[in-house]
Write a protein that binds this ligand. Structure first.
Ligand code: ADP
Length: 346
C-alpha cells in the first residue's frame, strides 16, 4: 500500500467516490424537495472527497516527501550529528524541502562554477607549462644535434653553439627552480620564519647583489629621498630578500638604459609600505589586473630575451600573501612602474 503508483492511487480514490455517488443517488430519491436534495448531494460529496483527498495526500504523497526530506537531512548532517540534534523535522516538510533544495542548488552551482574555474586554470597552466619547456628544450636539442652532425669540428661556431645550448639549459633550470618555489609556497611547505630586521639595510644588500646586472644597462640604484633611515619590520628576511630581488631585477629587465631604480619606505601605523620604482618601459593599464598570474607577460619575447620565466611576480605575490600582506602596482607606459607591498612593523 505504501508504494502505490499514480494510476493505482487514482483508481483507489475514484472507487469510493463512485460508490458514494451511487449511494447518494439512492438516498435522495427518497427526499421530497429537489433543492434540498441537490444541496445535500453537494455537501456530502464535498465532505467525502475532501476527506478522501486529505487521507490520500497525507498517506501517499506527504509521507514520501517527508521520507525524502529525512533522507536528505540524514545525508547532510551525518548520522551522529543528526542524532545529537534529535528529530528536528518541521511539520511543514514541503516548505522545508523547497527551501533546502534552493539552498542546495545555490551551493552546488557555486561549487560547479568554482570547479570549472579550477579546471580552466589547470588546462591553461598545463598548456603554458609545456610551451615554456618546449622552447628552450628544442633549442638545446637543435644546437647539440648540429654539433653532433659536424659543427663540433668547426672552430668558428662550436663554442657559440655550446654557449647557446648552455643558455637553454640555464633557462630550463630557472623554470624548474621557480616552479618548485611556487609549488612549495602553494602547498604551505615553506614556513615563514619571522624575525625583526631593517628593510632599508636589506634593500641595500639586494642592491649590491644586483649591481653587476644593473651596470650592464647603466641603471642607478637609490633609496628614495627622505627614506634613508632604518625601518624595522617583522617578516621572513630571506623571503623578503627574494621579493626585493624579483622586483628590482624586473626594474632592470624592463628598465631603460641610464635609468634609475629607487626603493622607498613609508610608515603606515601598523605596517611599513615598501615601494620599488623604475623609470622603464611601464605597463599598459589593460595588463595590470593579470600581471601577478603565472606565466603572464606583457611582451613575451622581451621577457624571454631577458631570461624571464613569467613566474617572478607570481612568486612575489605568494610570499607577500603568505605574510598576510598585500601587493599592488601603478604604472604608465614609457614613464615607469611602481610595485608596492606592505610588511608588518616590528
Ligand atoms: P618575467 O620573468 O617575464 O619578468 P614576471 O612575473 O616577473 O615575469 O613579470 C611578468 C611580466 O610583467 C613581465 O613579463 C613584464 O611584461 C611585466 N613587468 C614586470 N615588472 C615590470 C616592470 N618593472 N616594468 C615593466 N614591466 C614589468
Amino acid at each position: 500500500m505504501k508504494n502505490l503508483k499514480p494510476y493505482q492511487l487514482a483508481f483507489l480514490l475514484a472507487l469510493p467516490i463512485a460508490f458514494l455517488a451511487a449511494l447518494l443517488v439512492l438516498l435522495v430519491d427518497h427526499l421530497p424537495i429537489l433543492g434540498i436534495r441537490l444541496f445535500i448531494i453537494w455537501l456530502l460529496l464535498l465532505v467525502a472527497s475532501f476527506s478522501l483527498f486529505l487521507v490520500a495526500i497525507e498517506r501517499f504523497i506527504y509521507r514520501k516527501i517527508k521520507l525524502i526530506y529525512k533522507s536528505i537531512h540524514h545525508l547532510k548532517l551525518g548520522k551522529e550529528l543528526k542524532d545529537s540534534l534529535g528529530e528536528k523535522i518541521s511539520e511543514d516538510p514541503l516548505e522545508d524541502v523547497e527551501q533546502e533544495v534552493m539552498e542546495w542548488a545555490t551551493t552546488k552551482r557555486k561549487e560547479i562554477d568554482e570547479l570549472k574555474k579550477i579546471e580552466q586554470f589547470r588546462r591553461e597552466f598545463l598548456s603554458n607549462l609545456s610551451h615554456e619547456f618546449k622552447t628552450p628544450l628544442f633549442s638545446v636539442q637543435g644546437y647539440i644535434q648540429t654539433l653532433i652532425d659536424g659543427a663540433m669540428e668547426d672552430k668558428e661556431v662550436n663554442a657559440k653553439f655550446l654557449d647557446k645550448a648552455n643558455k637553454g639549459i640555464e633557462r630550463l633550470c630557472s623554470l624548474v627552480n621557480d616552479l618548485d618555489e611556487i609549488s612549495k609556497l602553494e602547498s604551505g611547505e615553506i614556513k615563514i620564519n619571522y624575525s625583526n630586521f631593517d628593510i632599508n639595510a636589506l634593500s641595500k644588500e639586494v642592491f649590491d647583489s644586483l649591481e653587476l646586472k644593473a651596470q650592464q644597462k647603466n641603471i642607478h640604484f637609490a633609496i628614495k629621498k627622505g627614506c634613508d633611515q632604518p625601518f624595522w619590520v617583522h617578516a621572513d628576511r630571506e623571503k623578503t630578500a627574494q621579493i626585493l630581488v624579483n622586483l628590482i631585477e624586473n626594474s632592470i629587465k624592463y628598465g631603460k638604459v641610464n635609468g634609475e631604480t629607487t626603493v622607498g619606505f613609508y610608515d603606515m601605523a601598523e605596517h611599513i609600505l615598501i615601494e620599488v620604482t623604475d623609470d622603464g618601459i611601464g605597463i599598459d593599464e589593460s595588463h595590470l589586473a593579470r600581471l601577478f598570474e603565472r606565466f603572464y607577460r606583457v611582451d613575451k619575447s622581451r621577457s624571454r630575451d631577458e631570461g624571464g620565466t613569467g613566474l617572478g611576480l607570481s612568486i612575489v605575490k605568494h610570499i607577500v600573501e603568505a605574510h598576510g600582506q598585500t601587493i599592488h602596482v601603478r604604472s604608465t607606459v614609457n614613464i615607469g612602474s611602481t610595485f608596492g607591498f606592505t610588511l608588518k612593523k616590528k
